[in-house]
Write a protein that binds this ligand. Structure first.
Ligand code: FAD
Length: 412
């Protein structure tokens, strides 16, 4: 059986960064990076943005040139799925039966897109947006599609709606809750983005629960033809895109005895799981986050994937330092660049800075009177300067925060 000093399962953002960071931190041992997909590590965010829009070729998405891995003595095994871990024997088993042994294991498997738990949820013509293969299949179908139903008014659904509207498709976007982005933003942002999408011709419906995806063919098993809402209305569609979140891919690790939390694998501030020599990073890792008042959360962002990967690599290199990174995120829709810093969940009040009608404004979120987060739309300066306010948990009078004659950096 092959032995590697570090085995990394998952060749996405977090797994790739872990390997890169190990080498940057002068780790001299052997590294095996395992990926289930056919592609060397690539950026995922463009899948619902420029790659979907056909504005960026896939080769531009690679996190490193494909030659980087061999050049840095990182063995990359693609099309390999880890299915079991034995924490005592320190082995990982793959589908097909082969095994490797590790000194340290980094689990970086991200998540699987949640499926719609309704009849027809698996029909041909129903797509997720998680991997290159998903988007290539969408693009192929899109050529002949005129009407697209997008299920889910989170970032991915809204970004896909913006791109496909630009491509001339009729988009019907269905959100089960009473507003889009409800999980991540306050009311002002939801109102703004709903209005933007409607102004671009999207038929955006909130409180829209789906009871079935309808297909042609015998017994409705053929290609998707529409979506039935809970009230019985059937919306015709040539394809359906589902963006309703992910389930972290944790089963092999939890089966091996790792403690779980919040749907993920629980890790401490050094990204260590409860099993010795096993770390978890990225979307699948549930960690205590200071910006969430110490709650154990999972963050689904490139920032978190990269920063946790660096922490795990540092611990393996014998230079442990705790994870304290400031959360940030972005989303591109139409000509709107949303940048967000901090975590707004649990906010008590908001302050509007600037005018949404001018399509350049920020929403500042306060928790116990302190600045907890900012959502900045086409307002790069607020985003850059607001980070300090978030990190300081600054207490500033609301009328000062709202005053656009003052820069945020002048307030602290
Ligand atoms: P992933 O990047 O998903 O990597 C996990 C990898 O592990 C995958 O390649 C998977 O195939 C592989 N894998 C899973 N199980 C196994 C197994 N058992 N064996 C071997 N390999 C396995 N974040 C932002 O910050 N900004 C954005 O604008 C943004 N936009 C996004 C748009 C889209 C369409 C998507 C899908 C995500 C977006 N995100 C964005 C989120 C961001 O991409 C993720 O948070 C990030 O990719 C998480 O990195 P990860 O390494 O944890 O998971």
């Amino acid at each position: 059986m092959d032995f590697f000093d570090v085995v990394i399962v998952g060749a996405g953002h977090a797994g790739a960064q872990a390997a890169i960071s190990l080498r940057q931190q002068k780790f001299a041992g052997s590294i095996l990076l395992i990926g289930k997909e056919a592609e060397p590590p690539y950026e995922r965010p463009p899948l619902s943005k420029d790659y979907l829009a056909g504005e960026k070729p896939f080769e531009k998405l690679y996190l490193r040139p494909p030659s980087y891995w061999e050049g840095n003595d990182i063995e990359l095994r693609l099309n390999h799925e880890a299915v079991a871990v034995d924490a005592a024997a320190r082995t990982v088993r793959f589908a097909g039966g082969s095994q490797v042994q590790y000194g340290d294991l980094i689990w970086a498997t991200g998540g699987t897109p949640r499926k719609l738990p309704v009849e027809g949820g698996n029909l041909p013509g129903v797509y997720a947006v998680r991997e290159r293969a998903d988007v290539d299949a969408i693009l192929e179908r899109l050529e002949s599609a005129k009407r697209v139903v997008i299920v889910g008014g989170g970032y991915i659904g809204l970004e896909a709606a913006a791109v496909m509207t630009k491509l001339g498709k009729k988009i019907i976007l269905l959100e089960a809750l009473d507003r889009v982005l409800a999980r991540v933003c306050g009311q002002e942002m939801s109102d703004f983005y709903e209005a933007e999408h409607r102004a671009h011709g999207v038929d955006l419906r909130t409180n829209a629960a789906i009871s079935e995806i309808v297909g042609d063919g015998i017994g409705g098993n053929g290609r998707v033809t529409g979506v039935r809402l809970a009230d019985g209305e059937v919306i015709a569609a040539d394809m359906v895109i589902v963006g309703i979140g992910i389930e972290p891919r944790t089963a092999p690790l939890l089966d091996a005895g790792a403690a779980g939390a919040n749907g993920g694998v629980e890790v401490d501030e050094y990204c260590r799981t409860s099993l010795s020599h096993i770390y978890a990073v990225g979307d699948c890792a549930a960690h205590r986050n200071a910006f969430a008042d110490g709650a154990v959360i999972r963050l689904e962002s490139v920032q978190n994937a990269n920063d946790q990967a660096k922490i795990a690599a540092a611990a393996i290199c014998g230079n442990p330092r705790p994870y304290v990174a400031t959360p940030w995120f972005w989303s591109n829709q139409y000509d709107l660049k949303l940048q967000t810093v901090g975590l707004s969940a649990g906010f008590e009040s908001t302050i509007l800075r600037g005018d949404p009608a001018e399509r350049s404004f920020s929403v500042i979120y306060l928790k116990t009177g302190k600045v907890a987060a900012l959502d900045c739309v086409n307002r790069v300066k607020d985003y850059a300067q607001g980070r300090k306010l978030v990190e300081a948990r600054a207490i500033i009078a609301p009328e000062i925060l709202a005053d656009t004659d003052l820069q945020l950096k002048e307030m602290i």
